[in-house]
Design a protein. Sequence first.
Length: 100
Amino acid sequence: MKQIIFSFLLLLISCSFTEKVSPKEIAHLYVDILIAEETYKVDADSMKIATDSLYKFHNISESKYLKELENYRYDEETWKEFFSLAEEYLDTLKAVEKRK
């Protein structure tokens, strides 16, 4: 019985330390990766370097990013929110670029 309680507490504690990534953070990373893909579409090595640095910059692992995107696909409201946030971020980047 003690082992079951200990296992349950250990599971509970480990789950509480798992950081939840917001749809906004995932949307920003998504847009940044799309921009990098467009910039480096003919140079796979540079593309890999760019995406790796984007994962570091956003402090999100590639596996976490892909898992979150996969989860969004099964929730229509979250999927719509994700694309709305991505579009909003892209519009912000375009506006900043126009001011330069």
